[in-house]
Write a protein that binds this ligand. Structure first.
Ligand code: AMP
Ligand code: MG
Length: 419
């Protein structure tokens, strides 16, 4: 007899997964390896930035008081007493009518409180003239204007993007505390599967889910343990998954979670004594997506259908893995956009349509990325987003405003916006 499964709402399913997440431990990596990791500790300013008052231009450091009354008719002259570039410090104190020729990034000499840009001067050998007065601190980049010592610049749980790398370097973080990456095992199931380098034979298809998920993980900076592919054989799947849970924080399988005669994953979960968090979700594609948990390891049972597999990963696997690493923004970023084409199908469940999202000055638009059934592989290749249509709705028309989730963005969302 086929089990009657009770479908739960997408939001509820995500919550059940996220509740089971435990944080991974931390490790230290050198700065040049920190890109793409998640910060395990906040970045604190170890000094002011800039660390001293400095010149933002190539020019002359002067006393603003000496520039009073300068005009086109009555130019004021300065005598140049020193010349410094970035990295040098002038030993002089600028006195009345004096100036230090100074390059961008060099510290303002004592006595000076303004910088005249080269372009604002007429220069002779040891002197120059100006034609306008300068305010105190005009053209001066002030100590601490960018960051003040002790300030938290980036919070723990932040994805380390190139700007975060710059801040870490600024404050001397040669070593960075980051969350360990989860160990993720990846197994494709299906007697019909052949590997990418193998020829097709009657009834066979190539395993596209395995390489696709490996790439979805790679996009998150996570390498996976390729457990290969297995035929639909309960014992073989059981042995493989059982061995994998000892070594992995998560084991992702594709295929075999439906109710067909050769879908053995539910039996495997039962034999492992795994707690099944859910095995039916109110979503299309991917309603058979199953998540189980055993001995601190997640078992993500994704559908074999390529689009369903892709959606299941982005909705459940991605936030769980990011959250294990302490990410404060584990969810897909959410936008609104105008539908650029009709979508006539009714939506008994929430529908996640692979889509092309384009932002434009006139407003963001989104359209389905071609053939959009759960077994489609091409729409995944063309899409950069999901259109999300709520369950219980009829068709949508061109011009309707719809919810969109953006795929592949570095910056995630802190909350899951949709029901
Ligand atoms: P299943 O979830 O095992 O019922 O598989 C659903 C559909 O997805 C079937 O048509 C399978 O042939 C196909 N499929 C299963 N695994 C893969 C895979 N790794 N790559 C591409 N298609 C697959
Ligand atoms: Mg199968």
């Amino acid at each position: 007899m086929v089990d009657k499964r009770k479908p739960i709402a997408v939001k509820e399913a995500i919550e059940r997964v996220m509740k089971r997440v435990t944080h991974l431990t931390e490790e230290t990596v050198p700065l040049h390896k920190a890109y793409g990791r998640i910060l395990a500790e906040p970045v604190r300013a170890s000094h002011d930035v800039p660390p001293f008052d400095r010149s933002p231009y190539d020019g002359f450091a002067v006393r603003s008081a000496d520039t009073k009354g300068a005009s086109g008719e009555s130019r004021v002259e300065f005598r140049v007493i020193d010349h410094i570039g970035a990295g040098a410090v002038s030993p002089h104190t600028v006195g009345a009518g004096e100036a230090v020729r100074i390059m961008t990034g060099a510290p303002l000499p004592n006595g000076a409180d303004a910088v005249v840009m080269l372009e604002q001067t007429v220069i002779t050998e040891d002197t120059f003239t100006i034609r306008k007065p300068f305010e105190p601190l005009e053209n001066v980049s002030l100590k601490g204007e960018d960051a003040q010592e002790g300030e938290i610049i980036v919070k723990a749980g932040t994805f380390i993007q190139p700007g975060v790398i710059a801040v870490l370097a600024t404050f001397g973080y040669a070593q960075v505390r980051v969350a360990k990456k989860p160990v993720v095992g990846l197994l494709a199931t299906g007697t019909e599967l052949v590997d990418v380098h193998e020829p097709l034979a009657p009834g066979k298809i190539r395993n596209s889910n395995g390489p696709m998920i490996a790439a979805q993980l790679a996009r998150m900076g996570i390498e996976c343990r390729l457990l290969g592919s297995l035929p639909d054989d309960e014992d073989a799947c059981f042995d493989m998954v059982k061995a994998a849970i000892n070594e992995c924080d998560a084991v992702i399988t594709t295929g075999g979670v439906s109710v067909g005669d050769f879908d053995f994953l539910p039996a495997v979960y039962a034999r492992l004594g795994a707690e099944v968090l859910f095995n039916k979700v109110q979503m299309r594609p991917g309603s058979v997506t199953t998540v189980a948990h055993v001995r601190d390891t997640f078992l993500f049972g994704l559908s074999g259908n390529p689009s369903a597999c892709f959606v299941g990963f982005e909705l459940f696997v991605r936030p769980a893995l990011l959250s294990m690493m302490g990410s404060g923004r584990p969810y897909l970023p959410y936008e609104k956009a105008v539908l650029a084409a009709d979508f006539k199908k009714p939506n008994p469940f929430n529908r996640f349509i692979r889509a092309v999202y384009t932002s434009a000055p006139s407003g963001a638009v989104v359209s389905p990325a071609g053939f959009n059934k759960s077994n489609s592989v091409t729409s995944i290749a063309r899409g950069n987003a999901f259109i999300v249509l709520p369950g219980g709705t009829r068709g949508f028309q061109k011009g309707d405003e719809v919810d969109v989730l953006i795929i592949g963005s570095e910056e995630g969302a802190a909350v899951w916006e949709l029901n």
